[in-house]
Ligand binder design. Sequence first.
Ligand SMILES: [Zn+2]
Length: 466
Amino acid sequence: MLNVVEKNSLKQLEPVSCRDYLSLKRAFGKFRKAKAKTRGLKVASKFAAKHRWLACDCQGETARPPILYPHAKNGIQREPFARNFPHAEHCEFAKYPEQQSRVVETYRKAVPTRRPRRLVPPFIRNQANDVPSSKNVSSARKRPGLARLLVEILETCEIQVLDEFARKEDTQRRADQIALIEESAQHIYLDTEQPLSKWIATSFSEYMDLRKRLDAEEHDWRHGRPHGIYIDTFSRIVGETLFINEERDTPYIAVDGHLYTYGGYQPARTPYLAICLVAKPMAQDAPRVIRAYAHPCLGKTHFALVDSALEKATLDQVIDCKTYLETFGLEVKILKPLSDMGPRLPTERPVCIPDFVVSAQGPLVLNSTVVVETMGYDTKAYRNRKREMKKWFRMIGGTGKYGTPIVEHDRSGETDETEIASIDSKFWTKLRNNLSTARGPRRKSLNPEAEAACQWASDYGHQSEL
Ligand SMILES: [Zn+2]
């Protein structure tokens, strides 16, 4: 909420009324609506005329809250950058709507390009690298360049399309995914005449070799200094150090610059897939990892990015439902999207990436697209954000009267196993009922015994309603 304060002295006077707050939010918040502007301007000029400022309480109790300046013509002005007291990440007034549009832009699906990525400046600029530091990444902020490159690679290889074996570890699949990544790297360029395929490493030994080859590169490429990319799974992150093995502390990568981690590092979310930028920090130095982006992935042998451990539990149910529906002859596709799926306009909206998009084709299909959301936290702010997103999720792929259905998997912090099983089963049923009119036991199984049992059940009319 906002508080009315005295200009300059910041003396607190009273809270902004709910009605005025909503008017200001709709007109000048980061997700503004054009038609709300007139009403918002009226409210802003009312405060401006009284020489009042507004203090944002998004950071809770602080020595000095972020200030908003009401202005009769411009509505709400933020503090100048130099004395910018930052708002909370998800605050409605954290950004100008134009800034929000630029955030959404960085989550758009990449179009194939030979344009250089400009990931690192040329030696000639003699620019020192960032000091090592950990940065949390969320969709409230711009997606870092390295993350964008990783997403582009994974989407090109369709690694985010998950089949029924996605949750099982399989070393052959890891090898297959690496082969796909190397193939796609032929069409991605780091710089003019420098395809990524020439400068990519997908194992620690290849990384050591990449360093050696970069060491021999003494001159700037066309748009930046020579550099390469190392992609691998990591089982642990401590500070700015990425560890490959669970038990032993070697080998590891000490990031000599920013380490961006999606959602902040949490041991429950391991393993992490990381994309590391390898280059010489300065012309005379040996090459090393100067920046990295890490994101939880499905497993050591599946590079698909996921956001939390709970999402993996949701995925188990979705896969089970897919397997069930496929016995009825449906074709079910599970996508874990990484790019914005919202409408092209407006862009003054939150980044629109649902947790899963399930699509179905074939007989007995009810809705060809269903959005699946994992409810991760119980906080009010989180729930409100999720609720706000529904409006945008309903527009994905669907043409139905009420838009694309959204099915929530909500264990809401439940720890009792029986309760969890019941929540999971309700979610499963709801997902099935939204995708298809198929009912009853699985029709056939690869396991002959189960098939016989099914046959027995249907012969004797024991149609169990799942
Ligand atoms: Zn704020």
